[in-house]
Ligand binder design. Sequence first.
Ligand SMILES: [Zn+2]
Ligand SMILES: [Zn+2]
Length: 364
Amino acid sequence: MKAVRFDAWKTRPTLVDVERPVPGPGEVLLKVAGSGACHSDVALYAIFDQDIAMPQLRPSYILGHEVTGWVEEAGPGVIGIEKGSAHMVYAARGCGHCTSCAHGEDTLCDNVATMTSLGSGLGLDGGMAEYMTVPVRNLVPLGDADPIKAAPLVDAGLTAYHAIKLALPRLSSGGRTALVIGLGGVGQLAVQILASMTSATVLGVDVKADACDLAASRGTVIVEPGDDQVTRIRELTGGRGVDAVFDLVGTEETIRLAQAVVAVRGRITVVGLAGGRTDWGFYTTPFEAELTGTYMGTLDELHELAALYRAGRLEVDVTPYSLDDAMDAYTRLEQGTMLGRAVIVPHGGVTAPVEQGAEVPAAV
Ligand SMILES: [Zn+2]
Ligand SMILES: [Zn+2]
């Protein structure tokens, strides 16, 4: 089968021919429906090396940690999983027996230091391929919802969902405000999840007009860039400041914006990987404000997010690519010219990138 494999640090992945994997005990063989191309893949092959990356991410393996698919074959001991049923793949793999893993928080596994990977497409073979094997525990059922458009929910969506869920105590009263900095793929999901789960007014900022327009169509109050942006955001909160800020960019500039607008007892979550730093001290910070980071989400939360999606409460913007064109998708990610989330569709009959919003050919 064809697969996109990452073979060495600072080297672009390549399309290779490999053996179709065989499901082991407790695993299924999944026929891949959609596999999202994520910015963190670009970081893996273009930025990371043995000095800065966690050793668990060392190549070589097939990329793809945002995967959905149909069950093709069950391995020994697997019961109650129907052939052809559609699922998301929870990518993180912890040790399976620590207290974090027992709660479905494989991302925060207590034994990560002794693990040899962080998950599928993150040290283990992922789903940028025609088929992959998955432990049944990591399958999240999609019912009859579109599995191709669901692919970005597995990482981009789950990351937003987890960050928002942890901030819910800040947003649970009347008259609360949330701010989403960065309205790309994760940001578009974040504004919809906030609208679905809270009564807060959702503010959004981005430098791209088309991203702002799309978020505005989803009920977000856009605050245009400019010197008085902080003042305008504060005015929109009645002077109180923002109760929960989600910084999906993560530069020094965006973290400082978050600090300038956060309310007393507010919460700033830095989600974006840009690596910005800031200073944080008693006299520069509103009373009891928090600054935190986040990493993906829990298995349980992916089940919750699947329920929102299956109920039709989330629109996901995808640009489908064939497996043969996967590297073109990564090129556009590198150049920052991708509209929506690039989803590789190995079995969909997609021969060229389809414009965003266009119908994806049904896979069989
Ligand atoms: Zn990712
Ligand atoms: Zn563990």
